[in-house]
Design a protein around this ligand. Structure first.
Ligand code: TXA
Ligand code: MG
Length: 337
């Protein structure tokens, strides 16, 4: 199939493809999404095929307003009302009991549905023009880092989808927080993301955090899948100063004949890069917002270099740092050195 590129001022063309049941990728404030009409079973199946996504991992639906969300939730509990008022449009997906004419495959047979209103003018306009909620997972091949630019999407999916809406680089850089409110007495974060646990708790009180228990953040996940999430071609190791430290880690890797890629803050790169290393900056020392924006781009960057191993820098687990560490650990299969 020929994949066409669509400029952001030609969204009617993208909407018309979506209405015909085709799959089109579009930018959101988090990462690019691989969109299909969520009420069209054939269209949604094409999404699973294009990304090679396991059929038991449900998609989230994207809406253009809170009212549109109500049409697909059996009930909207008070805590969900508060979350929508506080964070929509924005990077917080809410899981609620589902209702309405959604394609069964969207929710992978569950009786709940993940809903989010993205904070991006192109995404919102495209949903409005299509007139339907858009089911959209991240627009990467399953297992690869999520795409933060249209070029990343094309790298993974060119020839497999009808269209790519070009919308520049995404802002947050990591996917939305997934907050399960299907049982409002037990609000649970299934995946940390752009809205932090602290921010959520300030609005609705205590929430559980289930993400590291059996890799719940990607439930339901096929066994073995956990080691290939967000993974570039090269193995990733997280370098902890409490562990080996940068100097030793680089020495050992180079001693084994590896070409080292450094995915680190400027300050670390200045200290440890040498002629044999290849580096990609996460930004100013300790800038977690910038590190989150650049993480997936950095993981992909090394694929086109000589690097045979990626040594990556951790951040403090606070705010969006929790989401950054969650993605980095999955890309690295939790390997700290
Ligand atoms: O920022 C984002 O959320 C991006 C952009 C494109 O909006 N989308 C995204 O979708 O990351 P995806 O499919 O890659 O991740 C959705 C996550 C998965 O971990 C999935 O298991 C979970 O949400 N999820 C979806 N529906 C669910 C449900 N009904 N119950 C529990 N988890 C659900
Ligand atoms: Mg994804």
């Amino acid at each position: 199939m020929e994949t066409i590129w669509i400029e952001k001022d030609a969204l009617a063309e993208a909407a018309s493809l979506l209405k015909k049941g085709e799959v089109v990728t579009f930018p959101t404030e988090t990462v690019y999404g691989l969109g299909a009409d969520a009420t069209n079973e054939t269209a949604v199946k094409k999404v699973y095929e294009a990304k090679n996504r396991p059929a038991d991992n449900p998609l989230i639906i994207h809406v253009a307003s809170i009212d549109q969300a109500r049409a697909y939730a059996q009930e909207v509990p008070e805590k969900a009302e508060k979350i929508m008022a506080a964070f929509w449009p924005g990077p917080c997906t809410i899981v609620l009991k589902k209702q309405g004419p959604l394609a069964a495959t969207v929710t992978a047979g569950l009786d709940t549905v993940g809903i989010r209103m993205p904070n991006h003018p192109i995404a919102l306009e495209l949903i409005r023009l299509t007139g339907k909620p858009l089911a959209a997972p991240s627009a990467n091949s399953s297992g690869k880092p999520s795409p933060t630019s249209a070029a990343h999407v094309a790298h993974d999916l060119n020839g497999k989808i009808a269209g790519i809406v070009e919308g520049g680089e995404t802002g947050v850089g990591l996917e939305s927080t997934v907050l399960d409110l299907s049982d409002p007495s037990q609000p649970t974060i299934l995946r940390p993301g752009g809205v932090s646990q602290e921010e959520i708790e300030a609005v609705i009180g205590p929430v559980r955090f289930k993400t590291n228990v059996g890799h719940q953040s990607e439930i339901p996940t096929a066994p073995g899948m956990k080691y290939t999430h967000y993974a570039p071609v090269e193995p990733v190791m997280i370098v902890s100063e409490k562990g080996l430290g940068w100097k030793k880690a680089i020495e050992i890797a180079q001693g084994k004949g590896e070409v080292v890629g450094l995915l680190a803050f400027d300050h670390t790169i200045r200290q440890y890069a040498d002629e044999q290393t290849i580096s990609f900056s996460l930004g100013e020392n300790g800038d977690v917002i910038s590190a989150s924006q650049r993480l997936f781009k950095g993981l992909r960057y090394f694929e086109d270099t000589e690097a045979t191993i990626i040594l990556a820098e951790p951040v403090e687990r606070a705010g969006i740092g929790e989401a950054y560490m969650n993605r980095l650990e999955k890309s690295a299969a939790s390997t700290f050195i």
